[in-house]
Structure formats: structure tokens, C-alpha cells
Design a protein around this ligand. Structure first.
Ligand SMILES: C[S@@+](CC[C@H](N)C(=O)[O-])C[C@H]1O[C@@H](n2cnc3c(N)ncnc32)[C@H](O)[C@@H]1O
Length: 255
């Protein structure tokens, strides 16, 4: 996901040499109001490829009927899960501005909340999805544990891959002060996120992953090569109803 790169960033907030308090972009109205429109313009290819990959990975979690999308933003993916994949989806986001924007696009269930303290009982959903929002979470281990608490089967994770040209560009822009969108983002590489997932869920979790959005010269839409701009992982929790079952043999792309 990178609608953020296409939005015109505002200059760093400075007053007479003194930094104003940092405000993440998702609490800034002028950015939030243009977020969704990117997906239908220059982001259309990215949108198509990310959804294609997520659709391919979702079955790795087993039978999923109910899904919580944490960090749902404008519900771009929440309503796709609901309308295209037929899931009973709920969107959750920290930002009231994002949720207000979301209401323009979707009349399904939306909840304001923090990924680190989800306002749902244990096992309330089959799955949790987090699409390009985990990067913004300062307590990643706790967020992963919360996902496991509320989801019976597993987690679908979509990340801006640290090991990609797009993220290199993002980081350079951020370092040069030309892009405020990633100031509070941490970009994960495949080994780092796999290590974190193992810490959170232990060796019993089954992890499938793949990448999409390779540079245009690479004639691949998706591949198990950890350099695409979008890295997607499906994590089946160790105590998932189907983990360890008869159909539980590891696939070629399991980690
Ligand atoms: C880049 S947007 C992604 C939105 C949507 N998933 C998409 O891909 O279009 C990141 C979202 O994460 C949300 N977010 C950041 N920290 C969060 C937290 N601790 N709990 C819940 N949502 C959070 C932001 O408000 C923002 O809407």
C-alpha cells in the first residue's frame, strides 16, 4: 500500500526552530480525506495485486467466516472482505477521523479501538487481518498477542516490505524530511517479522507468506521472493481448530 507516497505531504511542522508535537498522519484531516481516492487512481494496480495475494493466502487459515480488520482505515479492505469474499467483517481503527471517513464508504460495523487492547472477548472472530497498519504499532508483540486472543484461527498480515525499492524510497524521503507519512512507522523485513511471529505464537504456528509488487522489470505478480513491496503472511495459530489436523501438512511455501 502506498497511497501515502502519492499524497502531497505537508512540510514538517516547525515553529521558530521548535518542533510542534508530532501528530501521526492518520489524525490529520487533510490527509485522511484524500486517502481512499488513491486506490481508484494510481493505486489501482497495487490494489488489485494486494487483494489477489490476500485472497490466495486467506484459505491457509482454514474456514474463515468472521473477520476483524484491525487498523481498517477507510475500510478499503474491510468492505472487500465483506462484499467480495462474503465474510462477516468488522473494522477497527484508532483514528476517529479515519472512521468518520470510513462511514462515507461502508455502513458495516465499525469500532474505535487500539490494536494493543482490543475491545472484544476471547475468540470473538475466526481471523484478524492487519493490512499496512502493523508498521505503526509501537507494541507489536502485544498487538500480535491481542490478535491471537480474539481470533480462533489466525492472522492475515499485509506489510510494506522493508526489503523493497518502494520502502527504500519511503525511508529516504522520510530521512530527508520530505515525507511525514512514515515518521512513526517501522518497516519489517521477512526475517524480522518471522522472528516476531515466532516469539508471539511459538513454533506451533503455521506461517505461509508471499510477496507482490515487484519492480516493473520483474515479470511476476506474486512470488515467494522476499523483495516485493507488499509482503503478506497468513499465520494459523497453534491452537486453531484445524492446526495439527489431518489436512495440516506443510505447504511448499510454509516458513
Ligand atoms: C496505512 S493505514 C491502513 C488502512 C487500511 N488497512 C488500508 O490498507 O487501506 C494505517 C491505519 O492504522 C491505524 N492505526 C494506527 N495505529 C493503530 C492502533 N494502535 N490501533 C488501531 N489502528 C491503528 C491508523 O489510524 C490508520 O487508519
Amino acid at each position: 500500500m502506498s497511497p501515502l507516497l502519492r499524497l502531497k505531504p505537508k512540510p514538517r511542522l516547525k515553529t521558530k526552530g521548535r518542533d510542534e508535537p508530532f501528530v501521526p498522519w492518520y489524525f490529520r484531516r487533510e490527509i485522511v480525506e484524500t486517502y481512499e481516492s488513491w486506490y481508484t487512481g494510481k493505486g489501482a494496480r497495487m490494489d488489485r495485486l494486494e487483494k489477489k495475494l490476500l485472497r490466495a493466502l486467506l484459505p491457509e487459515l482454514g474456514e474463515v467466516r468472521t473477520l476483524l480488520e484491525v487498523g481498517c482505515g477507510t475500510t478499503h479492505f474491510t468492505r472487500w472482505f465483506a462484499q467480495e469474499l462474503g465474510l462477516r467483517a468488522v473494522g477497527l481503527d484508532l483514528s476517529p477521523l479515519m472512521l468518520r471517513e470510513a462511514r462515507k464508504w461502508w455502513d458495516g460495523p465499525l469500532v474505535r479501538g487500539d490494536a494493543a487492547a482490543l475491545p472484544f472477548p476471547d475468540g470473538a472472530f475466526d481471523a484478524v487481518a492487519m493490512i499496512t497498519c502493523f508498521e505503526y504499532m509501537p507494541e507489536p508483540l502485544r498487538v500480535l498477542q491481542e490478535a491471537q486472543r480474539v481470533a480462533r484461527r489466525g492472522l492475515l498480515l499485509g506489510l510494506m516490505n522493508r526489503w523493497s525499492l518502494s520502502t527504500l524510497r519511503r525511508r529516504l524521503q522520510e530521512l530527508l524530511g520530505k515525507n511525514p507519512f512514515y515518521q512513526n512507522a517501522h518497516f519489517y523485513s521477512l526475517p524480522e517479522i518471522l522472528g516476531l511471529l515466532r516469539r508471539a505464537y511459538g513454533p506451533g504456528a503455521k506461517i505461509a507468506w508471499s510477496c507482490t509488487l515487484f519492480p516493473p522489470v520483474v515479470p511476476l505478480e506474486a512470488a515467494r521472493v522476499p523483495f516485493g513491496s507488499f509482503l503478506a503472511l497468513a499465520v494459523r495459530f497453534p491452537d486453531s481448530p484445524i492446526a495439527g489436523g489431518a489436512k495440516d501438512e506443510r505447504r511448499p511455501h510454509d516458513a
